[in-house]
Design a protein around this ligand. Structure first.
Ligand SMILES: Cc1cc2nc3c(=O)[nH]c(=O)nc-3n(C[C@H](O)[C@H](O)[C@H](O)COP(=O)(O)OP(=O)(O)OC[C@H]3O[C@@H](n4cnc5c(N)ncnc54)[C@H](O)[C@@H]3O)c2cc1C
Length: 228
């Protein structure tokens, strides 16, 4: 696994408890990754996983979208990071990437689980894939939806892409799939978020008749490098 020394070049609050970090690899100076992968930040003696939230076309600047958990070890570290600070990370890691350019893609994000889709969707659309892509993003917090502007712009420019934000408390993410005219054998389902959300959505998809091998998941567990 490659380790990188990098520098924080920007830090922006997208909401009260959501930070976007922009990071420039310094040594080595560029990183090759697939849209949807993650890296581990070194945080003291621990390594915490964060999905890359920018497309791989820019190998010299990575973005991360991070929810600050009160009292969390990584969250406290990130809260204190400033532009110009060094940051060590290792990676890329993971298999949560679009496997080809054929078929239709349904991306289902719960809360901060939207982060990898800010990499996957712009990458897919830049490659002019042949199918349709739909992002359904639910966030029950009072924060608004991170990257709503990015996804609205992409949807306005690409008829193949539809963005469905949900902030209503009682609306189920999978209910939004009804009425989309999904061609099940041709479709892929990518689910990302906390454990409860990912498990619940996956169960609902299986009940709808989606074959297991068509469902890809990324669970944002509270864990470090040894446990992922
Ligand atoms: C593949 C992958 C990708 C990920 N990508 C992202 C991403 O893009 N963005 C993102 O925001 N997160 C992501 N995560 C989650 C991230 O890695 C962290 O787990 C998460 O941010 C919390 O880490 P932390 O160190 O801040 O909190 P932790 O220190 O792990 O604590 C988490 C919470 O639990 C509480 N807690 C800790 N210990 C205890 C205890 N003993 N008893 C009770 N409560 C306790 C803390 O107060 C805190 O609220 C990803 C995870 C994985 C596995």
């Amino acid at each position: 696994m490659q380790e990188y020394l990098s520098q924080v070049v920007a830090k922006k609050y997208l909401a009260k408890d959501i930070v976007e970090l922009s990071v420039k690899p310094v040594k080595p100076r560029a990183i090759k990754f697939r849209a949807g992968q993650f890296v581990f930040f070194r945080i003291g003696d621990a390594w915490k996983a964060y999905s890359i939230a920018s497309p791989p076309a820019d190998r010299h600047r990575l973005k991360f979208c991070i929810k600050l958990e009160p009292g969390g070890k990584g969250s406290e570290f990130i809260k204190n990071l400033k532009s110009g600070d060094p940051l060590e990370f290792s990676g890329p890691e993971g298999f949560f990437y679009a496997s080809g350019l054929r078929g239709d893609y349904y991306f289902l994000a719960s809360g901060i689980g939207v982060a990898p889709f800010a990499s996957i969707i712009p990458d897919l659309l830049a490659k002019k894939f042949a199918g349709r892509a739909v992002l359904i993003h639910r966030d029950r917090s009072e924060n608004g939806l991170p990257y709503a502007g990015l996804f609205r712009n992409l949807a306005a420019k690409n008829p193949a892409f539809r963005y469905v934000p949900i902030s209503k408390k009682h609306q189920n993410l999978t209910d939004c799939l009804a009425g989309l005219g999904i061609n099940l054998p041709k479709s892929w389902f990518y689910v990302c978020g906390g454990k409860e959300a990912v498990d619940g959505i996956s169960q609902a998809l299986l009940k709808m008749g989606v074959p297991e091998e068509r469902i890809r998941t990324e669970t944002f567990l509270y864990s470090d490098r040894r446990a992922v």
